[in-house]
Write a protein that binds this ligand. Structure first.
Ligand code: DGP
Length: 119
């Protein structure tokens, strides 16, 4: 599997400061911001600052420091407002209906969620 990164994707533009965002947390390796189209009371996106297309690209190719920084950001986001539970989603490529080709983890919660997939 090869991963071709398009640096014109919307999250790359957010990381470059070309498009505004509602940041909730940032560290050296990750940015967390509110989804523009929230699906629940809490809907935050956590993205690495590095150029990774998808979760499998990130898992295979990101450095240990990048992975630690990313998951530190996930931990910080999840420590605020989703104590009753949440869903972490990484939509990936065509079958996963990924719209933005920069790895992002949705943290969705703050209310009772429906089933993950239709029964
Ligand atoms: P996905 O299908 O997993 O690629 O979801 C992409 C998400 O990104 C979707 O929930 C809407 C969100 N999104 C798209 N464009 C923007 C934007 O410009 N700003 C913010 N904050 N979110 C965006």
């Amino acid at each position: 599997m090869t991963f071709d990164y398009d640096d014109q994707n919307i999250f790359a533009k957010i990381l470059r400061g070309e498009i505004p965002n509602n940041t909730v947390f940032e560290n050296d390796h990750a940015l967390a911001f509110r989804d523009i189209n929230p699906q629940a009371a809490v809907h935050i996106l956590v993205i690495p600052k590095g150029a990774y297309v998808s979760i499998d690209d990130f898992a295979a190719n990101a450095s240990a420091a990048e992975q630690a920084g990313f998951f530190a950001a996930v931990a910080t986001v999840c420590a605020s407002g989703v104590d009753e539970g949440f869903r972490a989603i990484a939509n990936t490529r065509t079958h996963g209906v990924q719209e933005v080709p920069h790895f992002h983890m949705h943290i969705v919660g703050g209310e009772q969620l429906g089933r993950m997939l239709p029964a």
